[in-house]
Design a protein around this ligand. Structure first.
Ligand code: ADP
Ligand code: ZN
Length: 664
């Protein structure tokens, strides 16, 4: 009688565990189980879908009772390439494989999808792209850098036809049966592009983002898994599409590569989609094209150092000119008596002129709500959130005071709840107030507001974009949501209210971001035949960001030197450690312990604890540490930081220490 030898599987559970757990493989499953399989297991009394990381004839040093694998889940199993990508993510972003697999497993198809469920699109129109000479030259250069196996960075002004080049390159790959991943930073952009790409790629196009239903996400995942057979596929997706079950990947396009929305800040893995895409491309030997009108300092650095090939496209298609830029000194305007509420008389005159010509106006304000706070006129009381240390914003339409950090909201009451005597008045202006005031000044104009509140419904968002594009809306008031990628032919004037609030952020990237936002906004103006104009209302007219904006990006990129001098990214790697917990004393104690330990870290510059302006969010107190490490050769230091973070969590209960690598 021969004794059957036990087989064990180590599995990665979708939890923050730091080790893989061993399970016994029942005999009937042993022929089919392999690394990468998805299995159902029980852990701490709950069932989980886990991923098999290895098969073994022992269960290591574990002495307790080993449970059995319940079943193998049909469908896709992970390849070595996927493991390599996940391991890189866990290592680089200082998290566990379990956290990475949790992010990935939402994307893996559970069961085979029948072909009939795959949505058929309009038949392929295809056709050749007739690129302009400039565009063709850029495309040739991009292809040259692909031959050298270098990522290309396409720095093309807004409206220069970057998208046309992306489509032309994608089409060549797809026609040869290849797979293209076309990444965008935000859902709104993907919705807009979906239509444009769909006309060319027909049923070869699939999309992927978190707002899709689980069923359509599975459909996309299945198409990606099947694409290895060489039918050709274009995937339009957000950062999470990096976790799709690729078996073949020929080209990755990273559109608006500078956009900070590529970074996931919550939950872990806190990865940068652009940077992770480049690693994935290395694993699949795919070509990479990054594109932006305002490349990030990181990518400029990489092209200066020869890692990327920089390709410029300086002309707008059809030769449309860069809009005229006017920085309007709001202090002077006030002194001259030309300030009418929120707007300078010069701005109002410009708007009036555009409306007379049947042209459209965009007013940008980077704050939603009616007013960011309200205050009692009698006792000075400012209503605050009960869970966050921040003032409540007033939303006039909803008759509510709302917290923008959590879901807390209360009905708005004109009478102060503190003294019962005074009335609450608005302090500051948000998009809702801007839209209301401008509609009062131009009663015949159709004014609408485009922000997170009004675009909550996908259908409303679509309608507004359509109505603005077709000229039904005269004046659109919006937040940064409206700044990216949109193509409105009739829009000729962009006005920025309270522009200085972009500069006030305590962040070494504030200038870079503000410049990018201004450039993106100006890219919305004058895309038709006529030259557009952009007016910035500011009381800091001589700020370097505004002069760079007026004079072109050269001056801004001089600031790279400053970053080098003072040792900021991209010249160093930055890690932010956040200590958080419900009890303020414990957070302080943990911060002190952490500070002492961090002081022992060699070859790094650490600072903290810092208490942020909003030092309590969703009931948790917060403190930050900043750690600067050399760009390379820092893995030991990172491991050490992870270890002390765990030690502090163990020592002081009720506190978590969260590392964020390359925080944005
Ligand atoms: P970008 O992506 O650089 O902002 P787009 O690709 O959106 O620029 O091009 C701007 C506008 O010019 C679009 O309306 C686009 O259709 C048009 N356009 C650009 N290049 C071409 C081309 N080669 N042929 C026809 N239209 C073009
Ligand atoms: Zn809150």
């Amino acid at each position: 009688m021969s004794l059957q030898k036990n087989i064990y599987a180590k599995v990665i559970l979708p939890l923050k565990l730091r080790i893989d757990i061993s399970y016994l493989v029942p005999e009937h499953l042993s022929p089919s189980i392999k690394r990468g399989c998805r299995v159902k297991v029980k852990f701490s009394g709950r069932e989980y879908l886990a991923i098999v990381s290895s098969i073994d004839d022992n269960c290591g040093s574990y002495k307790g009772k080993v449970s059995e694998i319940i079943e193998i889940v049909d469908g896709f199993s992970a390849l070595d390439e996927h493991f390599r990508f996940w391991e890189w993510l866990a290592d680089y972003y200082m998290c566990t494989m379990g956290e990475v697999c949790r992010a990935a497993s939402g994307n893996f198809p559970l069961v085979s999808v029948k072909a009939s469920r795959v949505k058929k699109r309009v038949a392929s129109v295809g056709g050749d792209f007739t690129l302009s000479m400039e565009q063709q030259r850029a495309k040739n250069e991009i292809e040259k850098s692909f031959k050298e196996q270098k990522p290309a960075l396409l720095a093309g002004v807004t409206g220069s036809g970057k998208t046309e080049i992306y489509m032309s390159l994608s089409q060549e790959v797809v026609n040869k049966g290849g797979v293209v991943l076309y990444m965008v930073p935000e859902i709104a952009l993907s919705r807009q592009l979906e239509e444009r790409l769909g006309k060319v790629f027909g049923e070869k196009l699939v999309t992927f983002h978190s707002a899709m239903t689980p069923a359509s996400r599975r459909d996309t995942a299945q198409r990606v898994a099947d694409a290895g057979s060489g039918n050709g596929l274009l995937i339009l997706g957000l950062r999470s599409s990096l976790f799709l079950p690729f078996s073949k990947l020929d080209l990755i396009i990273i559109d608006e590569e500078h956009d900070s929305s590529y970074k996931q800040s919550e939950p872990s893995p806190r990865y940068q989609g652009r940077d992770a895409a480049i690693v994935l491309a290395g694993i699949f030997k795919s070509n990479v094209l990054l594109g932006s009108a305002t490349p990030s300092f990181e990518s400029i650095y990489n092209s200066n150092s020869g890692r990327y090939r920089l390709v410029r496209l300086n002309e707008r298609y059809h030769g449309a000119e860069h809009p005229e830029v006017e920085i309007l000194d709001i202090i002077k305007e006030r002194k001259a008596g030309r300030l009418k509420g929120l707007f300078s008389a010069i701005v109002l005159k410009e708007i009036e002129n555009r409306l007379l010509l049947n042209e459209q106006v965009l007013i940008f304000r980077n704050r939603r709500s009616y007013s960011p706070m309200v205050q009692c006129e009698e006792c000075g009381y400012i209503p605050l959130c009960s869970h966050c240390n921040t003032s409540l914003s007033y939303h006039k339409n909803k008759k509510e005071l709302c917290c923008h950090y959590c879901d807390f909201h209360i009905p708005f009451n004109l009478v102060c709840s503190n003294c019962g005597k005074g009335s609450l008045t608005e302090k500051g202006s948000g998009t809702e107030m801007v839209a209301e005031k401008i509609a009062e000044i131009f009663p015949d104009a159709v004014v609408e507001r485009f922000d997170a509140e009004t675009t909550g419904k996908k259908s409303e968002e679509k309608r507004m974009l359509k109505d603005f594009a077709s000229g039904k809306i005269d004046i659109l008031v919006g937040t940064q949501m409206i700044s990216k990628g949109f193509d409105f032919k009739g829009l000729s004037l962009v006005v920025i209210i309270n522009a200085d609030s972009m500069l006030a952020i305590d962040d070494f990237r504030a200038n870079e971001r503000a410049y990018q936002l201004l450039e993106q906004l100006s890219g919305r103006a004058g895309r038709g035949e006529k030259r557009g104009k952009i007016i910035v209302q500011s009381s800091l007219g001589s700020h370097p960001v505004y002069s760079s904006f007026q004079e072109g990006d050269k001056r801004l990129y001089d600031q790279l030197k400053e970053r080098q001098e003072f040792g900021y990214p991209p010249f160093v790697r930055m890690i932010r450690l956040t200590v958080r917990g419900g009890d303020k004393l414990r957070v302080n104690e943990a911060s002190n312990v952490l500070e002492q330990k961090l002081n022992l870290l060699k070859g790094a510059e650490t600072s903290g604890p810092f208490i942020p302006v909003v030092d309590r969010i969703r009931g948790e107190f917060i403190s930050h540490f900043w750690i600067k490490l050399p760009r390379s050769g820092n893995s030991l230091a990172k491991r050490w930081i992870s270890t002390i973070a765990i030690e502090v969590e163990k020592k002081i209960s009720g506190v978590t220490v969260v590392p964020d690598v390359d925080p944005q």
